[in-house]
Design a protein around this ligand. Structure first.
Ligand SMILES: [Zn+2]
Length: 214
């Protein structure tokens, strides 16, 4: 039986896009989606994305029990389920090791919302959570503790967790975060970064209702 065939296809496409935008290498990172109440689709542990098929994506319940699939789910499963449990509006999580955003986390406590594309996609300052070991529920706990209104958080010495109400929103978040982080890194090399005020950030966010197709 193959359930959630379309959703698995969307996840696989998003995996290839993560790779295309250079957010991960080989088998790094993962994608997980809330398929319905107490049912989550998660990419498998330690598989290269180019070898991954729809059926390699596993279905688990909120306690991490395997419902369908032959693969072991991502080793970050406990952290991912913790985030889904504590942020009910989040339906998709993308974890990456994207280099520019991760670099910011090694020198700063946050990536400030200083670029319009970053604000539009991520919605605010992206906070940096302190280090915790990988593949541990602590990653999920720190994301909840340090996360703000933004759609992403940088995990120090590790990578990024981006999320959204949809898979598309989560993907926008991590891709535009990386673009913004790259610009921010270059700006910091040249001098002091000009920041936007809270009021300016709010003004930019209010303009997003005119973006995209109806
Ligand atoms: Zn990782």
């Amino acid at each position: 039986m193959i359930v959630y065939k379309e959703l698995k296809k969307e996840i696989l496409t998003a995996c290839f896009q993560m790779k295309e935008y250079r957010l991960i290498s080989l088998s790094g990172g993962n994608i997980s989606v809330r398929a319905e109440k107490n049912r989550y689709l998660v990419t498998p542990s330690g598989m290269n994305y180019e070898d991954m098929k729809e059926d390699d994506i596993v279905l688990v319940d909120g306690d991490g029990n395997l419902i369908e699939g032959d693969r072991r789910p991502s080793s970050d499963l406990a952290a991912l389920l913790y985030i889904f449990k504590h942020r009910p509006k989040i339906n998709a999580i993308i974890h990456t090791h994207q280099p520019y955003a991760t670099a910011v986390g090694l020198v700063a406590d946050k990536l400030p919302a200083c670029l319009v594309n970053l604000i539009d996609a991520v919605h605010g300052d992206v906070m940096v959570a302190p280090w915790t070991r990988s593949s541990d529920i602590g990653m999920g706990k720190l994301c909840i503790e340090y996360g703000n209104e933004a759609n992403a958080i940088i995990m120090k010495h590790h990578g990024v967790i981006g999320y959204g109400e949809s898979l598309e929103e989560a993907l926008f978040s991590v891709v535009y975060l990386e673009e913004g982080a790259k610009t921010y890194c270059m700006a910091r090399m040249m001098g002091t970064v000009a920041e936007l005020s809270k009021k300016e950030v709010m003004l930019e966010l209010s303009g997003m209702e005119h973006y995209g197709q109806i």
